[in-house]
Write a protein that binds this ligand. Structure first.
Ligand code: B1M
Length: 222
């Protein structure tokens, strides 16, 4: 019987593989890598391993992070464990009839080099079952527009940490409209607010990754 719960628990604990030294209490125990492989060997579909193992674990991480029960390092460690599992699943998912929930383009806007929060959002959204295109930092308006054009319907996510770079979000949304693109947009980052999102015409605002995922899913379901 595939043990999805064990996969989720290993991910939450940040146990990537058997040889990992972290967390100390699980030294020598199988990690996400071995547990994902075991589930596949036991006949589980890649989709079930993804949704009931990896995504289920990342959901717990997201909720604990939002409730300030855990902090950035724990999220990064869990995301590393998630990637150990995804490395095994990715080729299998490509061969199967698995469809991602959608495509999520994300970048830190022009002039802004802060990427810690942006990376967390990218990892959590990927962990929630989306295909993520991470454009990195200091992303030009043009780059966002080009990528949106290449990915019709993809959600365009923008992060900004500086009050001086927030206006680039509005410029990007304006440029998307001028290019005739109707990709939904979501903004976030410490200085941004729902009020600012409304002013610049963003589809969504989220203060944290879990809220971002909830709002994106609700938008796509509407
Ligand atoms: Co910078 N910096 N920094 N900095 N830096 C701030 C942001 C600042 C508040 C510090 C301060 O003065 N108190 C200040 C901004 C002031 C302002 O604009 N009002 C500031 C400044 C001024 C600067 C420089 C201009 C400093 C200088 O050179 N004079 C310079 C600018 C460089 C540039 O970008 N062009 C600069 C540089 C840097 C470093 C390179 C040294 C480094 C960045 C390293 C990196 O990111 N790789 C850095 C850092 C680390 C910070 C602080 C200390 C931490 C930011 C951070 O990573 N937070 C920050 C002060 C602070 O916040 N205490 C500061 C943790 C991260 C998890 O949170 O990014 O908010 P956050 O992401 C959250 C949410 O906001 C949300 O989810 C995340 C998880 O909950 N979220 C989204 C983020 N993006 C989202 C997108 C979404 C949805 C949610 O949808 C798409």
């Amino acid at each position: 019987m595939p043990d999805f719960q064990a996969i989720a628990e290993a991910l939450i604990a940040g146990k990537t593989d058997k040889d990992a030294r972290y967390p100390p209490k699980l030294v020598g125990q199988p990690g996400v890598k071995e547990l994902v492989q075991a589930a596949i060997d036991d006949g589980a579909t890649p989709n079930d391993v993804l949704t009931q193992g990896l995504i289920a674990g990342m959901e717990v991480i997201g909720q604990r992070f939002r409730d300030s029960e855990i902090f950035v390092p724990e999220v990064l460690i869990a995301a590393k464990a998630m990637h150990a599992g995804l490395d095994i699943l990715r080729p299998l998912l490509a061969e199967s009839d698995y469809k991602a929930h959608g495509t999520f383009i994300i970048g830190t806007v022009e002039g802004d080099l802060h990427d810690i929060g942006k990376n967390l959002v990218a990892m959590m959204v990927e962990g929630a079952g989306f295909k993520v295109i991470d454009l990195g930092v200091d992303v030009s308006v043009q780059k966002f527009v080009e990528t949106a054009k290449e990915n019709p319907g993809a959600i365009v996510g923008m992060s900004a940490l500086l009050t001086t770079t927030m206006p680039a979000m509005g410029k990007t949304i304006q440029a998307l409209k001028e290019a005739g693109l109707d990709n939904p947009t979501i903004i976030g980052g410490a200085p941004t607010t729902q009020k600012f999102a409304d002013e610049i015409g963003a589809s969504l605002f989220a203060a944290d990754p879990t809220t971002a995922i909830e709002k994106i899913k609700a938008l796509l379901a509407a």
